[in-house]
Design a protein around this ligand. Sequence first.
Ligand SMILES: NC(=O)c1ccc[n+]([C@@H]2O[C@H](COP(=O)([O-])OP(=O)(O)OC[C@H]3O[C@@H](n4cnc5c(N)ncnc54)[C@H](OP(=O)(O)O)[C@@H]3O)[C@@H](O)[C@H]2O)c1
Length: 349
Amino acid sequence: MRTAVSRFDPVMSRVVVTGATGFIGQHLVEHLLERGDQVTCLVRRSSPWDRRRSPQLRVCHGDLADRDSLRAAVADAEIVYHLAALVRALDYETMLDTNAGGTRNLASVCAEMSRPPTLLLVSSLAAAGPTTNGRAVDEQDPARPVSNYGRSKRAAELAAAAFADRLPVTIVRPPIVFGPGDRDLWQMFRSISRTHVHPVAGYRRSRFSLIDVRDLVAALVVAAERGTRVGPDDDLRDAFASGCYYFAQQERPTYEELGRRVAAAMDCRVLPIVVPAALAWSLASASDLAGRLRGQASLVNFDKLREATAGGWTCSTARAERELGFEPPNGLDQRLRETAQWYRQAGWL
Ligand SMILES: NC(=O)c1ccc[n+]([C@@H]2O[C@H](COP(=O)([O-])OP(=O)(O)OC[C@H]3O[C@@H](n4cnc5c(N)ncnc54)[C@H](OP(=O)(O)O)[C@@H]3O)[C@@H](O)[C@H]2O)c1
């Protein structure tokens, strides 16, 4: 099997992971422990730590809003992998506070250190915005986020870039991330396995980039260790001339094709059904309202539909290939099949 990044040998490091209890964070921690890194995880007290114990692993309780806890977590670190974020929230202010304010807090405590660590910020393709004129976006394109989530992730990038004169900063903008433990694309797996129907709203012909979480975490480590850094003046510009990377599978299916591939991964048939845009917006607004009544943001909401209907979401991996030796793993179908198998074994399907 090809690996996401193959050119370099691992270098052991003292690292910190924020967002270690999340979908991508859990995979990253496992990957770092396997490499032999000394890993400190920043974990909120409200999030019980039920992962394996290891002499290489330290759990530090804290919150992005609490600078003292961040200072204690990053002391002595060589690399800080910053994944903690809100991917959905009831209001933009909460999202902005955590994603941009939290990044600013973290970057500022890193900058205070006598030997500042490398800050690897996991941003999102949503910060860059959708594909324009069918061309996959690259790091030189001006950022044009279309959702509150995308705007908050872009603000996080600028918050980190503001410290680029005091610490090494590298930004990674993943597209859709899937794989074992993911609850977002799992909705599609579950709905297709139960109903054999794949509802497609206004985004029928739009193409999407994706990456398997195991390929992404391997690539994050190489970006942190070997990537270029954001330039000190990059926060003044719209695009990053250096220090920013996209990692994605080679294939860029349409939303309709993705449904067929997910069905094939589960060995079942599927019928794509076009949902009129008005109906999709009504469902999203009902789901939004239900979320507000529950006091918890829903998986399907206005902000997500805003992204889904904005056009394609594809990114170019040319810079990562050229500078980091990234080999886009071309096994989307294989990765989807492995993911389906994991869902079955975990009893999610
Ligand atoms: N999943 C994707 O498809 C995707 C695509 C592109 C980019 N990304 C980015 O990748 C990163 C990780 O995403 P994910 O899917 O793994 O998200 P996730 O499963 O929702 O995990 C989010 C993590 O952030 C932590 N967190 C939230 N607010 C915090 C705070 N105030 N202080 C400390 N920790 C806090 C959560 O801790 P608790 O356990 O305490 O809640 C959790 O560990 C995010 O930055 C996201 O924007 C994700």
